[in-house]
Design a protein around this ligand. Structure first.
Ligand SMILES: [Zn+2]
Ligand SMILES: [Zn+2]
Length: 151
């Protein structure tokens, strides 16, 4: 699923950077755009491999640090994955995830009844400040369920 980055999204990104005294450099903007246009919740490695094609001088370390900075100031989210590899999400609309345990793909879905799910007792305690909620359905995606192609 591909989604074009809206100008509004870019504007909000730049505003958030300015609020956090983070300079919007061409590299940072390129990293954000790459992430926003890739709806597959890419890892830092995936973002790097795609960004390096148009920015040959960029290092993995720069991309990785930039993504972590973005997550810190809240322009992107880190999302759960089964491996230790961190994945990133630019979609701030309430949404939920289908997570394929075989290929690791994370597919967004929207469901207003899940958005309105009552909080469990454990999350109601005053010791826990709730910032968001997301339902993750794990399973095996369509691609992984297809019988292996024979050449
Ligand atoms: Zn899969
Ligand atoms: Zn998502």
């Amino acid at each position: 699923m591909e989604k074009k980055t809206s100008e509004l999204q870019i504007e909000q990104f730049m505003k958030r950077c300015r609020e956090n005294q983070l300079k919007v450099t061409p590299q940072r903007l390129a990293i954000y755009r790459e992430l926003a246009e890739n709806r597959e919740h890419p890892s830092a490695d995936r973002v790097y491999r795609s960004i390096v094609r148009t920015n040959p001088t960029i290092s993995f370390d720069t991309v990785n640090r930039t993504l972590l900075t973005f997550a810190e100031i809240g322009v992107i989210d880190t999302v759960e994955s089964h491996s230790s590899v961190r994945r990133f999400d630019t979609d701030h609309e309430p949404h939920h995830h289908l997570h394929c345990i075989q290929c690791g793909s994370i597919i967004d879905f929207y469901d207003s009844s899940l958005d309105a799910l009552p909080l469990p007792k454990a999350a109601e305690s005053s010791k826990f400040k709730v910032l968001g909620r997301r339902v993750v359905i794990s399973g095996i995606c369509e691609n992984c369920r297809k019988p292996a192609q024979k050449n």
